[in-house]
Design a protein around this ligand. Structure first.
Ligand code: SPV
Ligand code: MG
Length: 558
């Protein structure tokens, strides 16, 4: 609902409208969260937030900017304190146009002389002639386009010491000029003059009060009592900024005195609360929907269920943890990969766990437990996470560490199924290493130095009985499937299981069999050639290399 209408409805429907002062988007948000009906864009708070006096030092544009900021921060209507209107009736005409088009629900104009000073400052409290102020109210009402936009006339006669008669006379004239409500202000420490005024005023127009100096009004009068007196709106004008000044000052000086050695965590808002207030959570959601790039919008499935195989020389290190949780210089293998992936716009990371699954603690990932992992191959884990294999999906083995560059290159591929292959396996010691060999339509020409690694190869054969001598590449354990590729892959293993009259889950079919069958049925599978950017952790030697390559000293020299 448009905010002018919202405020008008509150005037019609609510016994008493509760309004809290604020000075920026953040404080306005807190007002809303605390359950108020509207926000008072307080002149005192806004000027204090600039560390300048509440005496028309700031310009209308500065006040308006803050009102707009508060308006945009939430769904509450804004009642803007516009002081005297920043000049004469000409300024008021301009002001109403600007405030109305900014979506402000109501303005409040006070009958003092420009430049005003805050009502609680002794001395200069000069009232404008009645006629002049009546002219401003008429100008405001004549300018507004939305019938629900409200103009509140603020009577300062009690503040200036001109007495109740003058206050009543002024209120009368302002309502005749079209004011929608009267703000009767008082600096007394008891509510007596407000009560007396209200009784004599006798509900000729709704009253607004600001009980800064007379909080006993709120202690001694219920909403029904206030309503009976014609008091429709209560504004707590400045307590918010006063609370923050005190709290900020205390924390800042406590921290300075203790050199930050004392934790103030319990006394300050959590970062999560700050992020929520500034809309970071919504921003993340919109990023998912709208922040499109070549690298955006894909899911990741990390296949981390496997147990160490008997005879692996890593076995002693993996007695109480899966390989994904192997510590590499203070951070686990999987956390390093997740950190790399966090630089991309990933929809969801799903980790399929099995062996030592209770050891996984990855708040940013969806964990899917595959209880039946023992002795099974990775296809078994893919099936366990089948519902996640949809859209563009990156499949990653958990025993490899990859860098950002390799993922960037992979995401640039438009083909339905792309596997990452590396030809340098021929140069490294192959003891005790499991390999998935690839034969492609082209021999690798250059294995170490090249400037044209971007052309994709076409895979002819994968895994199975492929011998190292005939292999061109090894599959590194990273594959990117498009939405169509994901469907093809899923359909294929279901078809294979049906045709062979076997359960997929009985471990007879491997991931390589599925890829091979796809190729056999003339659906192309591409291969992205890399010769760096990844390492596998299958042997103790691999592990030592990873620790060496990722030690801070080595990383610094690269
Ligand atoms: C303000 O909040 O700026 C007001 C209310 O005008 S008071 O400061 O209480 O006068
Ligand atoms: Mg003010």
């Amino acid at each position: 609902m448009i905010k002018t209408k919202k405020l008008r409805k509150l005037f019609n429907d609510k016994e008493v409208i509760y309004v809290m002062g604020a000075h920026n988007g953040l404080s306005a948000k807190l007002v809303e969260q605390s359950g108020y009906d509207a926000v008072w864009a307080s002149g005192l708070e806004i000027s204090a937030s600039y560390a300048v006096p509440d005496a028309n030092i700031l310009t209308m544009t500065q006040y308006l900017e803050k009102s707009s900021e508060m308006n945009e921060a939430g769904s509450l209507p804004i009642v803007s304190d516009c002081d005297t209107g920043y000049g004469n009736s000409n300024n008021v005409i301009y002001l109403v146009k600007k405030y109305e088009s900014a979506g402000i629900a109501a303005i409040c104009l006070e009958d003092k002389l420009f430049p005003k000073v805050n009502s609680f400052i002794g001395g200069r409290q000069e009232l404008a002639p009645i006629a002049e102020f009546v002219g401003k109210i008429m100008a405001a009402k004549n300018t507004q386009r939305d019938e629900n936009f409200m103009v509140i006339a603020r009577v300062e006669a009690l503040i200036a010491g001109w007495g109740e008669r003058e206050a009543l006379l002024r209120a009368e004239k302002y309502v005749e000029a079209g004011a929608d409500a009267i703000l009767i202000h008082s600096k007394r420490t008891d509510p007596d003059e407000i009560i007396s005024f209200a009784k004599k005023w006798d509900k000729r127009a709704p009253l607004v009060v600001v009980p800064t100096t007379y909080p006993s009004l709120m202690q001694n009068f219920s909403d029904t009592d206030l309503s009976g007196l014609g008091i429709k709106m209560v504004i707590f004008a400045n307590q918010g900024i006063r609370a923050s000044i005190k709290a900020m000052g205390k924390i800042m000086s406590d921290m300075r005195q203790s050199r930050g050695a004392v934790s103030v965590e319990k006394e300050v808002a959590t970062l999560k609360e700050v992020f929520e207030l500034q809309g970071m959570i919504q921003m993340k959601d919109s990023e998912k929907k709208f922040l499109k790039s070549e690298n955006s919008d894909f899911n990741v499935i990390i296949l981390a269920a496997g147990a160490p195989q008997h005879g692996d020389d890593l076995e002693p290190l993996l007695r109480d943890r899966p390989v994904a949780l192997l510590d590499i210089n203070g951070q686990s293998l999987i956390k390093r990969n997740l950190e790399t992936l966090s630089r991309f716009s990933v929809n969801e990371v799903c980790v399929v766990t099995g062996y030592c699954s209770e050891q996984f603690n990855l708040p940013d990932a969806t964990l899917i437990h595959n209880p039946d992992y023992e002795g099974k191959n990775v296809l078994h884990s893919i099936v366990a996470a089948e519902e996640k294999l949809k859209g563009k999906t990156l499949l990653a083995y958990a025993d490899i560490l990859f860098d950002r560059g390799i993922i960037e290159k992979l995401l640039k591929c438009d083909e339905d199924i792309v596997l990452v292959g590396d030809a340098t396996f021929k140069k490294v010691n192959m003891n005790n290493r499991r390999k998935d060999f690839l034969v492609t339509d082209e021999m690798p020409k250059i294995t170490y130095r090249s400037i044209d690694l971007n052309k994709l190869k076409c895979i002819r054969k994968i895994g199975g009985d492929t011998l190292p001598e005939e292999a061109h590449y090894e599959f590194v354990g990273l594959a990117l499937l498009s939405d169509r590729g994901s469907k093809i892959f899923k359909e294929m293993y279901h078809t294979m299981a049906k045709e062979n009259k076997m359960e997929i889950l009985n471990d007879k079919i491997t991931i390589n069999d599925v890829f091979q069958e796809i190729i056999n049925r003339n659906i192309p599978i591409s291969m992205l050639e890399v010769n760096s950017g990844w390492i596998e952790i299958q042997t103790f030697e691999n592990y030592k290399t990873a620790c060496y390559l990722l030690s801070p000293q080595t990383e610094g020299t690269r």
